[in-house]
Design a protein around this ligand. Structure first.
Ligand SMILES: NC(=O)C1=CN([C@@H]2O[C@H](COP(=O)(O)OP(=O)(O)OC[C@H]3O[C@@H](n4cnc5c(N)ncnc54)[C@H](OP(=O)(O)O)[C@@H]3O)[C@@H](O)[C@H]2O)[C@H](O)CC1
Ligand SMILES: [K+]
Length: 478
């Protein structure tokens, strides 16, 4: 897990830099907010570093204003502080600068010589173009730890992308709500430890803004709660399509689905040989063989299907998925079932959840580009399905515009077969009655949590046995 502020204590709404500026405007007390922001930066520094000579690099906007306030608070605490302004301060920053009576240095590499710590208060939410010239040259010359105000300068708060250049911060102090760029890569990594500080902005401004982006976590969804009236049929039946060529993928998905609470899981097989192998490997799952899709549609109680893990991206897969969609089944589609529709996402209308990685996404919807949040939203609107765009910063987007960023996946989750388990978890949660967006969010989070528990060196098979412990953990968090 990243060094982010404790999850349970962090509000889930994310604000884009534009929404944050709107929150600022609605609150209507810029100087007080700036004072609180700068004080929070100084507090965070003092609680993590022993006194060091500090150089505050101050931009012309409010980010720079926060820097002047932080400088004043550190100096008052006895620290040796200087400020290097990039340009004359504007707006509320001019007031903050007027209260700074300490040393002023040129905004240039030479001013860094004495510093033991640099506060990067150059650009925050107002970054409007790539960082270059004198700013890039000075940032590149820093050899000390960096504390970033709001975001490391050059990181786009909306997307996490780097515009021009950004330096690695040891600590980033941001305000009121996290921005998408604190969770999306590479922004998340560049922030270092991220501290979310309260600065007196009233929560009520959120009612006016209506955030549509969230940090994924148990506050966003509720896992199915079986009770004494529950039986295996009422806990949902997931049918997993399996191919003879790559039957292990469907088996992993089936294990994920069973551990995520599906009452019944059927592996629909091409041959009796494969069905026999599945029965030996997974005695608790059912198997079925016969002509697809007729055999699949015979039993009306089969409502949720998971297709793609191990399936070839060919005309047969296309035909099966089309028949299931035409029959109104609820589908989780992954891997081969996505690539089978390359260039034709419109033909997937009616699917509940699509779980592409970057390359599969590109085949369906075009390149992801630098804004993963926007790309996933666009794809969800286009396909009418919830999109779970996989990666270290998985994004889940709904056709209605809601989107969540998942940040609990450890790096060691990137190994073959884990996506199959994820598709199975999502299908199981869907089968138990969770709406598609919530099911996809919960699946991504449970998978990340299970991977953390499994630890470095884990393989896909290690994930399902960890899932029940993650259910218990969720129960403890809410
Ligand atoms: N509610 C809050 O969260 C609060 C946030 N605060 C802080 O305010 C900043 C945002 O302040 P803002 O003034 O809107 O923007 P910036 O300070 O980040 O930057 C704007 C100035 O920087 C110039 N700029 C932008 N990009 C570049 C670049 N690549 N090269 C050179 N100059 C650049 C920009 O110039 P323009 O020509 O585009 O106008 C502006 O001059 C937020 O991040 C918080 O730190 C409040 O203090 C407290 C409340
Ligand atoms: K900054």
């Amino acid at each position: 897990m990243s060094a982010m502020t404790r999850r349970a204590a962090t509000p889930s709404e994310l604000l884009s830099p534009t929404e944050m500026a709107e929150a600022d405007r609605l609150a209507g007390n810029g100087p007080a907010l700036m004072e609180a922001a700068g004080a929070a930066v100084a507090r965070a520094i003092r609680s993590r570093f022993r006194p060091l000579p500090v150089l505050v690099l101050a931009g012309p906007g409010h980010n720079g204003g926060d820097g002047y306030v932080a400088a004043r608070h550190l100096e008052r605490a006895g620290w040796d502080v200087a400020v290097a302004p990039l340009a004359p301060p504007n707006g509320d920053a001019a007031g903050a600068a007027a209260h700074w009576r300490g040393p002023i240095r040129p905004f240039a590499p030479a001013s860094l010589a004495r510093a033991g710590l640099v506060v990067d208060a150059v650009f925050g939410a107002g970054l409007s173009r790539p960082v270059d010239g004198q700013v890039a040259e000075t940032l590149c010359a820093i050899r000390t730890p960096i504390v970033a105000v709001d975001v490391p300068s050059g990181v786009d708060g909306a997307t996490g992308a780097v515009r021009g250049l950004a330096r690695q911060a040891a600590l980033t102090v941001t305000f009121f709500r996290l921005k998408p760029g604190h969770l999306l890569l590479p922004g998340r990594d560049l922030c270092g430890e991220t501290v979310l500080a309260e600065i007196g902005l009233p929560e009520a401004v959120l009612d006016r803004i209506g955030p549509r982006s969230f940090r994924n976590g148990p506050g966003l969804w509720r896992l199915p709660q079986p009770d004494t009236a529950t039986h295996k049929h009422s806990r949902g039946h997931v049918t997993m399509l399996s191919s003879d060529a790559l039957s292990g993928a469907a088996l992993l998905a089936a294990r994920g689905a069973r551990r995520a609470g599906a009452g019944l899981v059927t592996l629909a097989c091409e041959s009796e040989n494969a069905a026999r192998a599945h029965r030996m490997a997974e005695p608790g799952a059912l198997t079925l063989t016969g002509d697809w899709p007729e055999a699949l549609l015979e039993d009306g109680r089969r409502e949720v299907f998971c297709a793609g893990p191990g399936l070839p991206p060919d005309a047969t897969t296309r035909g099966t998925v089309a028949a299931l969609l035409a029959a109104g089944k609820r589908l989780v589609l992954d891997a081969g079932a996505l690539t089978a529709f390359a260039g034709h996402p419109d033909r997937l209308h009616g699917a509940a959840i699509l779980t592409p990685h970057m390359a599969e996404f590109a085949r369906l919807f075009g390149e992801v580009g630098k804004d993963r949040l926007e790309a996933a939203r666009r794809a969800a609107a286009q396909s009418g399905a919830v999109i779970l765009l996989k990666g270290s910063d998985t994004v889940i987007a709904a056709p209605d515009g809601r989107a969540a960023i998942n940040d609990n996946a450890p790096a060691w989750l990137a190994t073959g077969g884990t996506g199959d388990v994820l598709a199975g978890i999502a299908a199981a949660l869907l089968a138990q009655g969770m709406p598609p967006f919530e099911a996809a969010c919960a699946a991504a989070w449970l998978q990340g949590e299970a991977a953390q528990r499994a630890g470095p060196g884990m393989i896909a098979e290690d994930l399902p046995p960890q899932i029940h412990a993650t259910f218990l953990h969720v129960a403890a968090l809410i």
